[in-house]
Design a protein around this ligand. Structure first.
Ligand code: FAD
Length: 475
């Protein structure tokens, strides 16, 4: 259903490239790249090394007008479209074979109005770009845990970061977007203008158009925060995870935590004596006064004898890039997730067991603490939908040997299957590699999404995503 196909009018990629350049170049402010052009290969390459695709044409845009022109060309000629924000989606949907990649990576400017607590970021910005602009004012938009990811895919799919319990999902802090819809129109979507479209972009992914600007409400955070990062031996995993669960159940919204279970890398800053040991790491950011944070997270540092403990006050900017090096460009990745309804002793045992059975030492089994501000938003307030789950399991397979692709992928699927009994079976789409998995939700929720799709993208031009089919209910 989602195979990359060359479509009507064209039976080969070369013609798309040739006609695309001819149609777009007279008024295009950015760069048009075809296979063989200098820079094409870099532009076509995405973060996940298992994804190797070659678009017929890359439209590297510098303005909403460029994006609108590219969208119109694709719509008029029924050309497959991939949209690239930060290029970090695990499914590799930012690129495609034989179609048009609309590349926003040059649209990464960020402006901040510190008095109004507002930031405006281009659709190709990363969280590093946003944080660098907002933190000098002691402000932040809720982003993700890795600074190199794009704000676009992450925000449109929800957005889980260190501030989720204090300030909600990334999409909850959106006040409006500038978006190019499938008809090539540049629109604003906010509570006041095109409110249904605004509802849809907050969790509905890239289904409704290309977002060229994100306007965020930004919140006082940092510049220094308390960050707890303590690693315990996996042998003590059972008692450590129980202690962590109890901590989470009583934690204030300021404290936001994730557990990562993996293998200590053989490099700095980890002491040589623990390289290769399996660990349970507790990572917690406290989005409030540092001294208060030190007190609140202290129990997490006393759940056993740590392998090492990097906890302490740190610049928020540093915390935001702490995990960047764990996810290098070009490594092979396959991630899946499951919302957990309970994290009881059986679930804890299973997490420990799955960690022991990982085929790759680079892989981790993670559990995210949810709740707080993100959980208090009504399910029908945004397209993100239901938020009642208290935990999210992430199974992140990361490996480097192409021969081991199938082994790692099937282990990931199997790990999720074995955790399914603690879950309602729903996954977080930003961690979902299979794009045939569409947005979850009740019937009314799905109908609403389909109706917005019908209105703004009736021909399903934007389909390389967790796709919503246009509603057939009306003409
Ligand atoms: P891209 O691959 O560029 O885009 C993904 C999809 O989004 C595209 O296929 C398209 O459908 C759509 N899209 C992209 N740009 C636009 C646009 N401007 N307008 C309309 N549609 C667009 N998620 C979290 O919630 N929290 C985390 O902490 C977190 N950490 C991560 C860490 C790493 C290392 C990685 C790789 C991913 C992480 N994610 C996290 C998942 C992340 O949310 C998704 O991978 C997201 O899709 C990345 O966005 P992107 O813009 O980089 O992706």
């Amino acid at each position: 259903m989602h195979t990359d196909v060359l479509k009507s009018g064209y039976d080969n990629a070369e013609l798309i490239g040739r006609d695309g350049v001819a149609a777009l170049s007279p008024n295009f402010g950015g760069t048009l790249l075809r296979p063989g052009d200098a820079g094409f290969n870099d532009a076509a390459t995405v973060w996940n090394g298992t994804v190797e695709k070659q678009p017929a044409l890359i439209a590297r845009c510098v303005s909403a007008r460029d994006v609108a022109a590219a969208v119109r060309f694709a719509a008029e000629n029924d050309v497959l479209v991939a949209v690239r924000g930060g290029g970090h989606n695990v499914a590799g949907t930012a690129t495609c074979n034989g179609g048009l990649m609309i590349d926003l990576s040059r649209m990464s400017d960020v402006t901040v109005d510190p008095e109004a607590h507002l930031a405006c970021a281009g659709g190709g910005a990363t969280w590093a770009d946003v944080d660098a602009a907002t933190q000098p004012h002691g402000l932040a938009a809720p982003g993700g845990l890795v600074s190199k990811t794009g704000i676009a895919g992450l925000t449109l799919g929800g957005g889980l970061g260190w501030l989720r319990r204090k300030h909600g999902l990334s999409c909850d802090s959106l006040v409006s977007v500038e978006i190019v819809t499938a008809d090539g129109e540049i629109r604003t979507a906010s509570e006041a203008e095109n409110p249904e479209l605004f509802w849809g972009v907050r969790g509905g992914g890239g289904n409704f158009g290309v977002v060229t600007r994100f306007y965020y409400r930004i919140h006082p955070v940092g510049p220094e925060v308390m960050f707890c990062f303590v690693l315990y031996p996996l042998e003590d995993g059972r008692s450590v995870l129980k202690g962590w669960r109890d901590f989470c159940e009583h934690a204030p919204d300021e404290a936001c935590s994730i557990v990562l279970c993996g293998t200590v890398p053989g490099e700095e800053p980890f002491p040589a004596g623990i390289h290769g040991r399996q660990f349970v790491a507790l990572a917690t950011l406290y989005a409030g006064p540092v001294a208060e944070g030190e007190r609140v997270v202290q129990p997490l540092r006393e759940l056993g004898t740590p392998l090492c403990d990097f906890s302490g006050p740190a610049p928020y900017l540093e915390v935001q890039s702490n995990f960047d090096d764990d996810y290098p460009d070009g490594l092979r990745y396959y991630w899946k997730s499951l919302y957990l309804e309970r994290f009881d002793d059986d679930a804890i045992d299973m997490v420990v067991k799955l960690t022991q059975e990982r085929p790759s030492p680079l892989s981790t089994v993670d559990v995210w603490q949810l709740g707080g501000a993100m959980g208090r938003v009504a399910p029908d307030a945004t397209a993100f939908g239901e938020r009642s789950a208290p935990w999210l399991l992430g199974v992140e397979s990361n490996w480097d040997d192409p021969q081991a692709d199938e082994r790692n992928r099937s282990w990931t699927r199997e790990a999720c299957a074995r955790m399914e009994r603690f879950s309602d079976g729903v996954s977080y789409l930003n961690f979902e590699p299979d794009i045939d998995v569409g947005p979850p939700g009740c019937d009314a929720h799905r109908r609403r999404l389909a109706e917005i799709k019908r209105r703004y993208d009736p021909a399903n031009l934007f389909r390389l995503n967790h796709n919503i089919l246009p509603s057939a209910s009306r003409g």
